[in-house]
Design a protein around this ligand. Structure first.
Ligand code: 5GW
Ligand code: MN
Length: 297
C-alpha cells in the first residue's frame, strides 16, 4: 500500500492560516532540523522587506563568466535588475578572464557591479571547481567589508520571477531540480569512500544544486574553504568527485546543516517540465548547446 506523505492527503496545496501566512500542505516546508524550505506562499515579502531594510542589508551576488560564458552576463543582469532583491543594495561580482567582453550595464539605484579578473583553466571541470577557491579568496579580501550576504550562482541562467530577501540566512542551499522527489539512495552523491566528498548510501538529507548557494560572508568562507581544500586533497590522490564542486558542496551541507533551504522554484530548468507543485519558476537555466559551448574557446 502506498504511503502518502501527510501533507498531500488533503488534496489541497495550502490553507490560509492568518492574514499573512499560509500553511502549505503539498510540499515539505521544514527540514528535520527545523530549517525553513522556501516556497511561494511560505513567507510574507512585506514583513521580510521591512525587516531587512531596517538592517540596511547589502547583498553580493557572484557569477563566473570565464571564456565564452561572458555571453550570458548581459541577460543575467538585465533580468536580475527586474526581480532580484528589489529595494535592497546589491553588488554584482563578475569574475572573468575577459574583462573587456563584459558589457557596461545601466543599473538601478543602489546597485553596482564589480569586475574581478581571475585566471581561466583549460578543463571546464576546473573552471567550475575553482569557483570555490576564488569565492573564498575574495570573501577574505573584500566581500566581508562590502556586503552582508553572498548569493553564489551559475551564470547560464535568467531571472523570471522575484528572488528577494526570503532566501537570505546564515547558510542556505537549493534543492536540485533534477533530484526533487528522488529517494536518498538515488541521489548522485560521490560514492567513492576514498573521496573527500563521499556520502554513504544511508546518509544525506537533500541533494543540493551546485548552481545556487550562499549565506553570510563567514559561512560562505567556511563552505568554499572546505570545498576547495577537499578538492585539493582529492586531486593529490588523482580523484575528482562525480559532479565536481557540487559533490563537495553536498558533503559540506551534510556536515553543516543549512539554516534555510530554497525550493526548486529558485533553480529550475524547463527541460524537467513544469510540475504541479511548482507555482513559480524564479530562476531558469538558459538553454545552451553543451557540446558547442564546451568546444568553443
Ligand atoms: C564550459 C563548458 C562546459 C562546462 C562549463 C563551462 C564553463 C563554465 C565555462 O566555460 N565558463 C564558465 O564561466 N563556467 C562557469 O561555471 C559558469 O559560471 C557556469 O554557470 C558554471 C558552471 O558550468 P555550467 O553552467 O556549464 O554547468 P551546468 O551543470 O549548469 O551545465
Ligand atoms: Mn549552469
Amino acid at each position: 500500500m502506498a504511503s502518502h506523505a501527510p501533507w498531500t492527503e488533503c488534496g489541497m496545496d495550502c490553507e490560509v492560516q492568518s492574514k499573512h501566512t499560509f500553511r502549505k500542505t503539498d510540499v515539505l516546508t521544514m527540514s528535520p532540523w527545523l530549517a525553513p524550505i522556501i516556497w511561494n506562499g511560505s513567507y510574507d515579502s512585506a514583513i521580510l522587506n521591512a525587516q531587512f531594510n531596517q538592517r540596511d542589508v547589502h547583498v553580493g551576488i557572484t557569477i563566473f563568466a570565464i571564456k565564452k560564458y561572458t555571453f550570458f552576463v548581459k541577460n543575467f543582469i538585465e533580468t536580475a535588475e527586474n526581480v532580484f532583491m528589489i529595494g535592497h543594495k546589491v553588488t554584482y561580482y563578475v569574475f572573468t578572464d575577459r574583462a573587456s567582453d563584459i558589457p557596461v550595464m545601466n543599473l538601478n539605484e543602489g546597485r553596482s557591479m564589480s569586475i574581478l579578473e581571475v585566471p581561466s583553466y583549460p578543463r571546464w571541470q576546473d573552471v567550475s571547481m575553482r569557483r570555490m577557491e576564488m569565492i573564498r579568496d575574495f570573501s577574505h579580501e573584500r566581500f566581508f567589508r562590502e556586503v552582508d550576504f553572498l548569493v553564489c550562482v551559475d551564470v547560464d541562467m535568467r531571472f523570471n520571477d522575484e528572488v528577494g530577501v526570503e532566501i537570505l540566512s546564515n547558510l542556505f542551499g537549493t534543492l536540485h531540480p533534477g533530484m526533487f522527489g528522488v529517494q536518498r539512495e538515488g541521489y548522485t552523491y560521490e560514492r567513492n569512500p576514498e573521496s573527500e566528498a563521499y556520502i554513504p548510501a544511508n546518509e544525506g538529507d537533500f541533494y543540493y544544486a551546485g548552481g545556487f548557494f550562499g549565506g553570510s560572508i563567514e559561512e560562505v568562507y567556511n563552505l568554499t574553504n572546505f570545498c576547495h581544500n577537499a578538492m585539493m586533497k582529492d586531486k593529490a590522490k588523482n580523484i575528482e568527485a562525480l559532479w565536481h564542486d557540487e559533490s563537495y558542496l553536498n558533503k559540506y551541507l551534510l556536515l553543516h546543516k543549512p539554516t534555510k533551504i530554497l525550493s526548486p522554484e529558485y533553480l529550475w530548468d524547463d527541460d524537467f517540465g513544469i510540475p504541479d507543485f511548482l507555482k513559480r519558476r524564479r530562476f531558469l537555466a538558459v538553454r545552451k548547446n553543451h557540446n558547442e559551448m564546451r568546444n568553443r574557446r
